[in-house]
Design a protein around this ligand. Structure first.
Ligand code: NAD
Ligand code: ZN
Ligand code: ZN
Length: 387
């Protein structure tokens, strides 16, 4: 079969690789009908995530048709059309029973990314996301083996096209969890940093949850303009405005917003020093977006962090967070928990995730698709690949 494989920083290729086979009784083989490139894939593409090996198949946002099922699979059967959560969870361990699927203790044969681990178990395995997260082959491929098929695969109605349900796999629950965990509700004021796909999904969900005011910060005018049109955000371009948090505080009676959402992560732009230090690995993550979030949030508010972070940040103003009495929420998304309610919102028209798609390419052109999405070329917001 054909699959998108990693060969080093900015070197991905569509190649012929062996077809996947069933390995466990509760595995399925999925024929992929649609797969997206996620902002998390860009961290791998840029060579910033350790333990991605030459030839690894990438991709963790995908859906398709069940092609084959092991004898232990009871939840789905051959021919079912399903969306696959990017998190692989067993459904039975301590964390899964608490609906904390991305903390599943049993699926990851890797060691996770925490530096000071004290021997605790790693978090859940993720598709196509380095050997720290299990080295599981990803879904930017014609076929993919899906482990734990009684827990993950989520059947979707035929009436909804692939593009409208595909993001249930990752960015939609990620944006939703970021908002819900932070308590966004009727009348909330919110600042979202990052107008990429995750920031856009967060904006859509905040709007749906009744937020009164949503500020959105980025430096790509085309992304900000879309968010303004689609979700009514107040755009702030950080290339034009040195201190977006200052403006946000000013426009919220000098207090700051109830909730800030960091949909940027560890490659945040804005501090040349931190960008240089992270490249030299003297700093684990850039703290530029996180500092803005802390500064933009009102006393006793919440900073919610779907953006991915790694290692240490020297310029993390924990004292400011303490002084303001902030709450932090963060982590990989508990996708399995959120899929059913989000499908309902798509079905009843309250969410329209496909609206963010700008690029549709065949899997064969996936390498070019990565370059376009990474380079923000052609006003790219989100790419969907079809095998
Ligand atoms: P993306 O790279 O397309 O978007 C990031 C956006 O942030 C870009 O538009 C960029 O211009 C902007 N940005 C950069 N520096 C900024 C700054 N200092 N302030 C404001 N904006 C800034 O990616 P995406 O798909 O939207 O993903 C965003 C983050 O979410 C990534 O870190 C990704 O790994 C993470 N993610 C996490 C989960 C999860 O489960 N927690 C799931 C999916 C994605
Ligand atoms: Zn992702
Ligand atoms: Zn589990």
């Amino acid at each position: 079969m054909k699959a998108l494989t990693y060969h080093g920083s900015k070197d991905v290729r569509v190649e012929s690789v062996p077809d996947p086979v069933l390995l466990q009784p509760d595995d399925i083989i999925l024929r992929v009908t649609a797969t997206a490139i996620c902002g998390s894939d860009l961290h791998l593409y840029r060579g910033k995530i350790p333990e991605v090996h030459d030839g690894d198949i990438l991709g963790h946002e995908f859906m398709g048709i069940v092609e084959d099922a092991g004898p232990g699979v009871t939840a789905v059967r051959k021919g079912d059309r399903v969306v696959i959560p990017f998190v692989i969870a067993c459904g039975q361990c301590f964390h899964c029973r608490l609906d904390e699927y991305s903390a599943c203790e049993t699926t990851n044969t890797g060691k996770g990314a925490a530096m000071n681990q004290k021997g605790i178990r790693p978090p859940a395995a993720l598709f196509g996301y380095s050997h720290l997260y299990g080295g599981v082959a990803g879904g930017q491929a014609e076929y993919v083996r899906v482990p734990m098929a009684n827990v993950g695969p989520f059947a979707v109605p035929d009436a909804l096209p692939d593009e409208q349900v595909l993001f249930l796999s990752d960015i939609l629950p990620t944006g939703y969890q970021a908002a819900v965990d932070a308590g966004v509700g009727a009348g909330s004021t919110v600042a979202i940093f990052g107008a990429g796909p995750v920031g856009l999904m967060a904006a859509a969900c905040c709007r749906m949850l009744g937020a009164a005011e949503i500020f959105m910060v980025d430096h790509h005018p085309y992304r900000l303009q879309f968010a303004q049109r689609a979700y009514g955000v107040i755009p702030i371009d950080f290339d034009e405005q040195d201190d977006p948090a200052g403006i946000i505080v000013e426009q919220t009676q000098g207090r700051g917003v109830d909730v800030s959402i960091d949909a940027v992560g560890f490659e945040a732009k804005g501090s040349r020093l931190e960008t240089a230090l992270t490249t030299l690995k003297l700093e684990g993550s850039s703290g530029a977006a996180l500092r803005q979030c802390i500064a933009a949030t009102r006393r006793c508010g919440t900073v919610s962090v779907p953006g991915v972070y790694a290692g240490f940040i020297h310029g993390f103003l924990f004292g400011d967070a303490f002084d303001k009495g902030l709450t932090f929420k963060m982590g990989q998304t508990h996708v399995q928990k959120l899929m059913p309610e989000l499908l309902e919102h798509i079905g009843n028209g309250r969410l329209d995730p496909q609206a963010i798609i700008t690029h549709r390419l065949p899997l064969a052109e996936a390498a070019r698709a990565y370059a376009i999405f990474d380079g923000k070329e052609e006003d790219c917001r989100k790419v969907v690949l079809t095998p």
